[in-house]
Structure formats: C-alpha cells, structure tokens
Design a protein around this ligand. Sequence first.
Ligand code: PEP
Ligand code: MG
Length: 574
Amino acid sequence: MSFTVHGLPVSQGIAIGHTHLVSHALLEVNHYQIAPRHLKAELDRFDNAIASVDGELLGLKTAASAAQPHNEVGAFIDLQRMMLADPALIEAARTKIKEHHYNAEWALVQQMESVVEQFRQIEDAYLRERQADVVQVVERLVKALLGNPGRLPPKRKDGHGTIIVAHDLSPADTIGFKDHIAGFITDIGGPTSHTAIVARNLGIPAIVGLRHIRDLLRADELIIVDGTRGIAIVDPDKSIIEEYQLRRAALELERSKLRRLRDTPAATLGGEIIQLLANISGPQDMAKIKEINADGVGLFRTEFLFIDRDTLPDEDEQYEVYRSVLKAASGKPVTARTFDIGADKSLVGDTQDEPNPALGLRAVRYSLTEPKVFLAQLRALLRASAHGKLQIMIPMLVHADEIEQTLTLIEKAKEELREEKIKFDENLPVGGMVEVPAAALALGMFVRRLDFLSIGTNDLIQYTLAVDRGNEAVVRLYDPLHPAVLKLISGTIQTAQRAELPVSVCGEMAGNPAYTWLLLGMGLRSFSMHPARILEIKRQILRADLAEITPKTQRILKLDEPARIHEAVEKLGA
Ligand code: PEP
Ligand code: MG
C-alpha cells in the first residue's frame, strides 16, 4: 500500500530506489557480569575493539579523501577517532568493566547514555547534535565487540538505486555507502546533523527527522525520496514514479545550468553589483568557496573550533586556523566572528548550568566574562590579519559597553603585539552582529562605534518572535516575514546606509531565493550564506530589476497583515 511521510528536507534532489534498513546495533546489547578471573580478557577484548574501529575509520577516511580531497568527511571521521580516546567515554567505560565487572558492550552503552545526557543539556543546536557522533562511535564499537561489522547493501541491477533507511547514520557510514546509494532517510537528526552536512556535500538527497520511519518500512520496498520538499513516498504507483523521474531530470539540468554561473558577476539587470559571501565553520569549507567563486567569507563561525574537544585551542592553534582560512581566501575579505558559544556548556570542565541559556551567558557576554580566553582569540585573529583581508565581528551585541569593552581588549592585544614586534593589520575593521531586537531598535550607538554591521536573521527572528529556533514544537511560529521582523531588518539596512556603514545579512534568509528580491528591495547589497546556495541566489540577482522591486518592497513594508505580506512577497519573487 502506498503512503507518504513528511520530514525535514536537508539535502536537495530526488532519489528513487529500494530500501535498505541499517540495523541499530545498540538494541542488541546484553548485560552480564564478568567473573574476576576473566576481567583481563574482557579488557583486552575492549581494547581490541577500539583498535579495530580506529583502523576501520582510518580506512574510510583514506577512501573519502581519495574520492574527494577537500570534503568535510575527513574532519568528521577525525572527530569520531578522537572520541575513541576520550576519557569521558572510553576510560569511564573501562572503569565500569574493572569496578562493576560489566561486560564491555554494556559498560560502553551505559557510559554513552550518561555522555549523551550531558550533550542534551547543551543549548547550541550544532553542539547538541554532536551527541549523534558519540552514539555512532559506540555503535561501531558494539558491532566490533559483537563481531558484526557493518555490511554494504548489494548493487541493484534494475536501474533503481538504494535508499538507506536508518535510525541515524554516522558520516563514516554515509561515506562508506556512497558509491551506490541514491538517498538517505533517518528517524532523527536536524539540518546541522553530520549526516545532513555530509549528504549535502556528496549531493545525495536526504530527509531526516522522519521519527519512526525505520520501524514502518520493510527491506527492499520501493521508495521516492524528495529531499527538496522533505517527502518520502513509499510503494509509489507507476505514474508517480514517472512524474518524479521527469522532475529529477529537470533538477539535474537546473544544477548544470547553475554551475555555468560561477564566473558571471552578480549584477542586477541595471548593472548594480551585489556582494555574495559564504558562511564557513573552518578551513575545510574553503575549497567549496573556490569551486563556486564566492566574493569572500561573510561569517566564519569560529566557535566551531571548540566543538568536540576537551581542551581549548590556544592562541597558536587558533592563529594557524585563521591564517589558513585567510591564505585560502587569496586576498578576498574574511569576516571572523568571535566565539558565539551558548552559555558555557560547550567548554569542557565548566559545568555551570543556566535556566535559560538563550538569554544567558552567550556569545560576547560569555567572552567578556572570560577575558583571558577572549584575549587569546583576539591576539590570534590580529596575528592572522597580517596574512589577508580580515575583519572581526562581535556576536549578540545589546549594550554599548559590550562594544567598548571588546574594543579595549582589541587595543590591549594590539599593544602587546606591537611590543612583541609581531605584525598585524593596524586598521582591521571591527563590526557587530545585529541579531537582537534591541540592537536593531537602538542602532545609533552601534553605528557610532563600529565599522560594519551584519544582520543575523536566525537569532533576530528567534528573539523578536520569542520562538526558540531549535524547537520543533514551535517551528510553525518562526516566520521570517512577520511584519515586526521585516521592520527591524529594513530599518537596520536604512540606518546603516545613511551612516555609510557596510551592512550585510548572514542569517539563513540571505540564502533563501524566496527572499532575495525582498532583501534587494530593502536596499541590501551584500549577502552571506551557506556556500551551496550562492549560485542560486546569484541567479535571482541576475534577473532582478531594482527599479521595479524597490518601490514594490516599500509598499510591502507598509503592510501589517501576515497573509497579504506572504502573498506580496511571493509575487515579488516570481
Ligand atoms: C544568525 O543568528 O542569524 C547567525 C548568522 O548566527 P548563528 O546562526 O550562528 O547564531
Ligand atoms: Mg546568531
């Protein structure tokens, strides 16, 4: 019987294929006590499993980088290899074997649950999703302990591909499967889960968050995965398959057309050049930027350096990372945002809990309470500024004194470097993010103190509408076109322009083609987004007639009836 299920679309495209169910090793774990005389053998079994999984991961990494030298998969696999040496997981499990005489599988799964619980408390969605890596590493270890290494699905001969159906998938599994895989669907995961990122990187359609799909499906069922709309159609009839085959061909044609825009300047019909920048999380993203020829980096989320590690990166380590990003940018501008860590939970060893972390010690607030950490980052950034065109951006500004304290620390860092005779860019611009309504409404104090602004629509929407951006239960209320949000964005752009201060948008709105003309009509001339979106946005710009769009947008900004705004924006972008 045919049926349709809806989930989160995380990697665009259409796949048609037969299901392959990936088993969930953790369900197979038993609990038994180890007799004292067998403890040593149990510990050896545990160590052998770790060595074997490490070898497995290393093999996958080599295969991945041979297939695609600059992809992100290598970094993800390294992360999982690091977990194999993580005391919070491995040593603690070993202690459980030694002290409680648990069998190795049980000790591991018990410890995994306690580590995962700690991850669950983290406010930052990206960091929270790293719990999936812990689970995936433990799954591999359990498989190794049970002598049951993962098996690849066989290649199909009937022309249809294979669709992997799993509760969750690791990036290593994803890359291991990739040769004859048409698509992925999983029960859990969000848009920033590793599987989603890897699937996007590999260009394989994927849907996550389908809840109980793994239990609903049987092996070898025919299924269509529409990764653009987040729909999976199980057991489709012939006419539906034909329709999707046509759609898939049209999408492929579309992609190859987009690739041809790589070297076309992003100019509107009237010849106005628009800046198209990329959001990155580290040096590994720079290859993609070259591939699509972006104008530079509009948002480098430096807090990603903190992820999944138990020591803070010191100044030298940070300097190397920043320098390598600047080198790869080959003279194009790079805007590095200082650490935007949610509360303090992403820092190992710091266990303070906050009742409401989104409104707590986050971003610049956190940095200012840890001046040593902040100063090390500022020194590293300044040192790197000698190797390219760097700008520093401060996240989540609300108060003027947050800027002043940051500027004082930057001055202190400069003073130290001068004394140490270390080169840096004396005129390095310092800007701020407008992502809290208070900042947008009282922009004068920011404009007077900063060199540029960037609007973070992700948080601006969350804080304006009081809707948690990571909470599925209120996702329907998260409306970028809410009149209050539009007023704050357009007001910020206008004020910045009057003050002749460069302004860009670096939230998800900038990478959504449905909003490109609206933002152009508000006067925006600089967009920063996920690199994969840049060519699509460029196409929208090439078709844009500012003389027509601008007055229409001004009329939209006067509306305050949501349905009419949605309708007018849809018409504007057609
Ligand atoms: C934003 O809030 O729009 C933004 C770009 O920052 P982040 O998504 O990292 O919070
Ligand atoms: Mg933000």
